[in-house]
Design a protein around this ligand. Sequence first.
Ligand code: NAG
Ligand code: NAG
Ligand code: NAG
Ligand code: NAG
Ligand code: NAG
Ligand code: NAG
Length: 417
Amino acid sequence: MPVVRRFSFSLLLAGLSSARVSCSPTGTQPLDLPLALSELGFLTPISIGSPPQSVVSLMDWTWINQFTLSTLCLGSSHDTSACLVDGQAFFNQSESSTFVNQTSLYPARTWNPNGFFGPLPLTVQFGSDIQHVGPLSAPVTFMLADMQFPQPSSFPFTGVFGLSPVFQTDNQSTQSTFYQFWKQGLHASPTVAFLYCYNSTFGNAAPARSLCAGNDAVQSLGGYHSNWISAGSLQWYDSIIFPLVNTIDIVTSPEILNYWALPVTQHLIGNEAQAINKTASGAVFDYASFGRGAPVSINSYTRLIELTRAGPITLDPALAPNNGAQAFYSVPCSNVTKLPPLKYQFGAGTPQWEIIPENYVERIALSSSETACVLNVRTLGDGDWVIGNLGETFAKDKVILFDFDKLQIGIANAVKK
Ligand SMILES: *[C@@H]1O[C@H](CO)[C@@H](O)[C@H](O)[C@H]1NC(C)=O
Ligand SMILES: *[C@@H]1O[C@H](CO)[C@@H](O)[C@H](O)[C@H]1NC(C)=O
Ligand SMILES: *[C@@H]1O[C@H](CO)[C@@H](O)[C@H](O)[C@H]1NC(C)=O
Ligand SMILES: *[C@@H]1O[C@H](CO)[C@@H](O)[C@H](O)[C@H]1NC(C)=O
Ligand SMILES: *[C@@H]1O[C@H](CO)[C@@H](O)[C@H](O)[C@H]1NC(C)=O
Ligand SMILES: *[C@@H]1O[C@H](CO)[C@@H](O)[C@H](O)[C@H]1NC(C)=O
């Protein structure tokens, strides 16, 4: 979930639409969405309406539907000036001949607080229109933002493409549009898969950029590519309901339970097991800004600092590797490859998944002449709770899969160069 707390707009959108990967809508190959990394998460080009209006969207494993900025502002659709800044791209529902107002079926809804705007209200109305995703197009129910307060600056995107799990009791207003496409027969499989073709900083092998067709990452919809996966490494887990997310992590009211979540049953630094609170330890998959940093408990962070002999460092928030509340620590860059991996187990008797130090340490340019190697970990909760978000940092060297039919999460090792 994007949090518009630390906001900066340097974007890597160049070349996004030309990098769109084409594929046959009738084949069994998944549709590969090209993703570009931005300050807030991964962005992808989709469009909505007739004729199609571009709705560059933030990809979000923790949001329940397609969200888009619209002409709605303080309940009226006539004037956006009290809500959006000049130059902000939005979807204009009046310009789409296929837009259907669904207010009578799904009345407006407000979450306050919420993971988008913190303590400011997130209000949406519902409509139906044709969504265009890669070569596929189909009618979907989606959310039109009815902004309730002025935005300080423009968003680097127009919408949010939600990929939260869908429960049997959910109606279309809380269904990912991927799920709505699948239900209409547009996808051969209810599975999605993510691969991050990150740039290696410390010389470790990373997945080849060609696997992502030259993009920063790919989110496949309707299947996965077995050539991304290291043979025999794919492990499936049942996703759990983890209500604590709503009170400590992505603080949302009314609460939302649609998360891809797993219990944390073991947490190790190298081979040293860390104490965990088994009732409170769990993690949600989230590759927007909360997914930056390896999740650790308050206590295991203290131990990691000890073991790595890291020293405190004060970072300008704009340079911090993640938006967690913890203090930051750095190590000499030449020591990074010697540090212990962080390990997690998500169910008794299942594999331990590693984050190698090359992936949990971030090399940060403090100035033109000064570089720091900062532990990119994120704490939440208390004492021995290991709770947090598995996103960009965890996903390095892995393939993350979700099965919308079985409500299962797959983790595999990615093939590397
Ligand atoms: C939306 O489109 C309609 C029809 O073209 C236009 O009259 C209206 O000004 C547009 N609204 C905004 C906020 O741009
Ligand atoms: C839908 O119609 C209702 C009632 O006419 C109106 O208040 C609302 O703003 C409309 N929503 C959209 C998204 O146009
Ligand atoms: C659809 O689901 C939402 C969220 O659970 C619920 O608030 C709403 O009443 C449901 N609407 C209909 C028409 O079923
Ligand atoms: C990796 O580096 C290339 C070339 O500098 C850049 O275009 C790309 O956006 C970077 N990707 C990531 C994920 O940082
Ligand atoms: C574990 O976390 C739960 C949930 O917050 C808390 O009630 C309990 O006291 C914690 N247990 C220990 C041993 O810290
Ligand atoms: C870095 O590595 C060197 C050589 O192995 C070691 O002597 C030193 O204590 C390490 N420094 C820290 C801060 O871990």
